[in-house]
Design a binder for this molecule. Structure first.
Ligand SMILES: Cc1cc2nc3c(=O)[nH]c(=O)nc-3n(C[C@H](O)[C@H](O)[C@H](O)COP(=O)(O)OP(=O)(O)OC[C@H]3O[C@@H](n4cnc5c(N)ncnc54)[C@H](O)[C@@H]3O)c2cc1C
Length: 462
């Protein structure tokens, strides 16, 4: 055979046996749109995109990928900042057509298909005024976010998203359907509370729901030079024992062109406080009174159904993204000064944000029960870099790394892996702690000894 003619790979020909969905390849009119992910820095060309419509399709696609020796990527909402849901040359198991949500309001349970987004889940739950902790935007995938832990507005009240998991149905690397819950495959069930997509493809997840009859969003803004004072006041408010109903954070940003941002602040460097309160507007005003006393120049407070709040701050796709994170047990004045000084280097103007998110409350409860030990941290520092122009990559990435370096003296060394891209194996281990990582490796070895599912924050088989 000539050197210049190579045999087509399994991704370039054929079709998984018994696969009922659509298969896309380069040249197909829908291919280019289907390979795009949220982070515009990622530009990969899969050999095959298998658009699954059922658990049986997922099993067929997994078996095919393994038999053909293809790299397998699993795609839900496409929001992995590292681009782990797409592969060059291999097969993408694309779950975006599997979005069904069944709500049982009497049992307060929701069964969600593996490709659903939070928009799908929250809109199905809203008619019953039921909810569970989801991400801060509606466009992330329920499975990807929850399997990594799942931090969101309601976490201080209801815990991380994974805390409400009742059961998970998973297609494993050998194409078998496995159910994990409190009585079946309990070690796998433990691992699914933060261990990410390492153990298989979740085709359905069942969540416990809670009543949420009122929810309020408050957005407060000041010019950035008030940043130290605002951040200190916010820290004091949280550390004085703010109610668990209060979620959100303090963040540097570029003033967005919104009605509630006065014209003189639009496009300017700002410090903001986002207060998402599981309660009424009056309760919210009372809880954030110390912040209102600082006379924000921009202010919006609105009591809305949770589903509306959940999509109010959706980030636009099509931007270049780089993020990182650190956990702090304390946020003293000197750390606040370092945090604020570095904000001056945030890509500007851009949709980037430099956030400090308070944990505590239900996030910290039962922390030892699950694989994410860092849940006891008081604060999460999260530089969330988002810009349009490739020429800003170096500057933006430098800024995000510098924010973390500056805060290192107060950092626990642990990290929440949903908030970072690919930062190497040591960071993955830091995400679980060595003891939990070793235990996760045992689960991985049993279910995926060949590391078929390795495009993720990877737990290497023992
Ligand atoms: C704008 C934005 C906002 C975000 N906000 C938050 C937030 O508030 N809280 C938070 O915790 N995280 C947040 N994230 C991070 C997000 O949770 C993770 O990137 C998560 O992995 C995204 O899941 P996805 O399905 O959207 O992504 P994808 O890119 O489709 O998937 C990412 C990875 O998740 C795994 N995965 C996805 N679906 C499945 C499945 N059905 N079965 C098994 N594995 C699966 C796979 O390993 C895959 O590689 C945010 C990300 C973005 C871009």
């Amino acid at each position: 055979m000539s050197d210049t003619i190579s045999r087509p790979t399994g991704a370039q020909r054929g079709r998984p046996d018994g696969f009922g969905g659509k298969v896309l390849r380069a040249g197909d009119p829908a291919y280019d749109e289907a390979r795009v992910v949220f982070n515009a820095m990622i530009d990969k060309r899969p050999g095959m995109i298998a658009q699954c419509e059922s658990a049986a399709d997922v099993a067929a696609a997994v078996r095919y990928g393994v038999a053909e020796g293809l790299e397998i990527a699993v795609r839900g909402g496409g929001h992995s900042v590292a681009g782990s849901s797409v592969t060059d040359g291999g097969i993408v198991i694309d779950l975006r057509k599997m979005t069904s949500v069944q709500v049982d309001p009497d049992a307060r349970l929701a069964r969600v298909a593996g490709g659903a987004t939070w928009a799908n889940l929250d809109s199905a739950c809203q008619p019953y005024w039921l909810a569970t902790t989801g991400g801060r935007v509606s466009t992330t995938g329920v499975a990807g976010l929850t399997l990594g832990g799942g931090s969101g507005w309601l976490e201080r009240k209801f815990g991380l998203a994974c805390d409400s998991l009742v059961s998970v149905e998973l297609i494993t690397a050998d194409g078998q359907l496995v159910i994990a819950d409190e009585t079946r495959n309990t070690e796998l069930f433990w691992a699914l509370h933060g261990g990410g997509g390492n153990f298989g493809v979740a085709t359905s997840l069942t969540f416990k729901l809670r009543p949420l009859t009122s929810m309020t969003i408050a957005m407060l803004f000041w010019p950035a030079d008030a940043g130290v004072e605002v951040t200190r006041r916010y820290r004091d408010l949280i550390e004085a024992g703010a109610p668990e109903e209060l979620g959100g954070g303090v963040f540097y940003l570029t003033g967005p062109p919104e009605d509630f941002v006065p014209l003189h602040l639009q496009g300017e460097r700002l410090i903001g406080v986002a207060a998402l309160y599981a309660g009424t507007e009056a309760e919210t005003r009372e809880a954030i009174a110390p912040m209102l006393d600082l006379n924000p120049e921009g202010i919006m407070i609105d009591e809305l159904p949770y589903v509306a709040i959940q999509s109010a701050l959706d980030d636009p796709p099509g931007f270049r993204n780089y993020w990182s994170a650190e956990h702090l047990n304390e946020f003293p004045d000197v750390a606040i000064k370092a945090f604020s000084d570095r904000a001056a280097e945030m890509p500007y103007p851009s949709p980037s944000q430099q956030m400090a998110v308070p944990w505590g409350g239900a996030v910290a409860r039962d922390a030892k029960k699950w694989p994410l030990p860092h849940r006891t941290a008081a604060w999460v520092i999260h530089p969330f870099g988002v810009w349009a122009d490739e020429a800003d990559d170096e500057r933006g990435i430098r800024w995000a790394k510098d924010v973390c370096d500056d805060l290192k003296p107060w950092a626990t060394g642990a990290v929440y892996l949903n908030f970072i891209g690919d930062e190497g194996q040591d960071r993955v281990i830091a995400g679980f702690g060595q003891e939990n990582y070793d235990r996760l490796r045992q689960v991985k070895s049993e279910l995926d000894p060949d590391n078929v599912f390795h495009l993720n924050q990877n737990i290497r088989p023992a």
